[in-house]
Ligand binder design. Structure first.
Ligand code: GEM
Ligand code: CA
Ligand code: ZN
Length: 453
């Protein structure tokens, strides 16, 4: 069991009591989610549960309705996976679950993502739950990149932009006609798999490369975009986390990177970016938390690699990247900044910029059926990649939360059978962003004011 994040000295009696109860409570909830079954059946299921490799699982917290209430939940250091009308779904280990209970939250364990109970569930009509072999591993993703670069040498080039904490390559693939020249074209960036367990996002990168490569010269819009834009696809921003989450053969529900952090492991890369880092109760200072912000702004190796790369795209004093999608799962959302404040506008984000974010975001959402909103409509986050990309680099930076909409569709681990459909679902949105990247303000009829020349 992990240490409680408040540390021993400050641990209250209530939390200690809850901790003592945590294992039997959690086990019971797992073994018999519907409260049925004989004692022997419950015991057998409990044994299976004990064999599982990861201690984290999902819980639904009822009675949490507003963004302020959701932010209160995250203040306990627990990452919210899913927002429902009157509840949220979180990932927690037994200690965190106990802590939530001790704070008065009513929580219920959800079916395990790859457990036997998940197999009869879900939007996909009882298809089996995912296994790591359903997805490209980090090594397989890199091999796919190498194949595409070999297959489309005039359209794609591979750049190792840095190394992860454990020394793995962090790769950017440039996609553009005449790829070896740095042409004066608007640039778009896709970052994928910043969170370890969000494997569908690396599949999205592989899909994008395959689709753009194969449709160039065939599909008019694809051709026009590759002729007039430069797209940077970073298929795995968190290689160590991805490897940790899937290479053992069992998913581990891991989110962060794998950098040691005093008594624990891992920084949440999406809380480690410098703009208003740790400002606003939207991240945790406790190393064991899933939303640990790190020891300082950009303290994580992978954050620094990304920031160096973005800075390297300043040419002639001008940031070349104009638009960005940070790909996540799950919930089927399109989110824009700021995350650190509930306000729609703030210093550095005026009404026109906010409206352009919303206009293009809404247009993309119409194409894929996701829900468009400001990210803080969910809950406050600080140190997110979106806030820094916009505030410090002037990049229209979105988060896409991919399939499924809810945990019943597989949560972070939907079956591999959905990969073709759920990546192709974003083809149109991807093209919409590329098409708007030369002048995001055209979407609100203000090209003349903002995009002269
Ligand atoms: C979210 S994504 C947060 C989006 N926030 C901003 N500011 N755009 C997270 O990081 O908690 C969910 C996820 O991890 O996928
Ligand atoms: Ca080009
Ligand atoms: Zn994520």
């Amino acid at each position: 069991m992990r240490l409680n994040r408040t540390g021993r000295r400050t641990t209250s009696a209530a939390v200690l009591l809850a901790l003592a109860l945590a294992v039997p409570l959690g086990t019971q909830a797992t073994a018999s989610p519907a409260g049925s079954g004989t004692a022997a059946e419950r015991q057998a299921a409990a044994g299976q549960q004990a064999d599982r490799q990861y201690a984290d699982r999902q819980y639904e917290i009822s009675g949490v309705t507003t963004a302020v209430q959701r932010t209160e939940v995250t203040r306990l250091g627990t990452a919210i996976d899913e927002v429902r009308e009157r509840s949220v779904v979180v990932t927690a280990d037994a200690a965190e679950a106990a802590r939530l209970r001790a704070h008065g939250y009513r929580i219920t364990a959800l079916p395990a993502p790859s457990g036997p109970d998940a197999r009869q569930q879900g939007e996909d009509g009882g298809v089996r739950a995912a296994a790591p072999s359903d997805y490209h591993s980090y090594a397989e993703t890199m091999a796919a990149v190498d194949r595409y670069v070999r297959q489309y040498p005039n359209l794609m080039s591979k750049h190792v932009i840095g190394r992860s904490y454990q020394g793995r390559d962090i790769v950017a693939v440039k996609v553009s006609a005449n790829v070896r020249a740095d042409e004066n074209e608007p640039e778009v960036m896709f970052t994928h798999n910043i969170h370890a367990r969000e494997h569908l996002t690396a599949e999205m990168a592989i899909y994008a490369l395959g689709e753009l490569g194969s449709q160039y010269g065939r599909d008019q819009r694809v051709t026009r975009m590759l002729d007039s834009r430069e797209l940077w696809v970073l298929p795995v921003l968190n290689p160590d986390g991805k490897v940790y989450d899937m290479d053992s053969g069992q998913f581990r529900m891991w989110r962060k990177n794998r950098q040691p952090a005093s008594w624990a492991t891992g920084t949440d890369l999406n809380r480690n970016f410098p703009y208003k880092w740790g400002c606003c109760g939207g991240s945790s200072g406790s190393p064991s938390s899933d939303t640990y912000r790190g020891t300082g702004p950009a303290s994580a190796t992978e954050t620094r690699v990304l920031l160096d790369f973005v800075r390297s795209r300043v040419v002639g004093g001008q940031q070349q990247i104009t638009a960005h999608i940070d790909w996540h799962t799950y919930s089927e959302l399109i989110l824009w900044p700021f995350g650190y404040t509930y306000n729609d506008t703030a210093p550095g984000l005026n009404q026109d910029a906010r409206n352009a974010f919303a206009a293009v975001g809404t247009q993309m959402a119409r194409s894929n059926g996701y829900t468009p909103q400001q990210s803080s409509d969910l809950y406050i986050t600080d140190g997110s990649i979106n806030d820094t990309m916009w505030a410090d680099h002037g990049i229209f930076s979105y988060t896409f939360e991919m399939y499924p909409r809810s945990s019943s569709g597989g949560g972070f681990y939907p079956p591999g059978s959905v990969i073709p459909r759920e990546t192709a679902r974003n083809r149109e949105a991807m093209l919409i962003l590329l098409e708007n990247a030369d002048c995001m303000y055209r979407s609100i009829g203000k090209a003349g004011q903002y995009c002269s020349a």
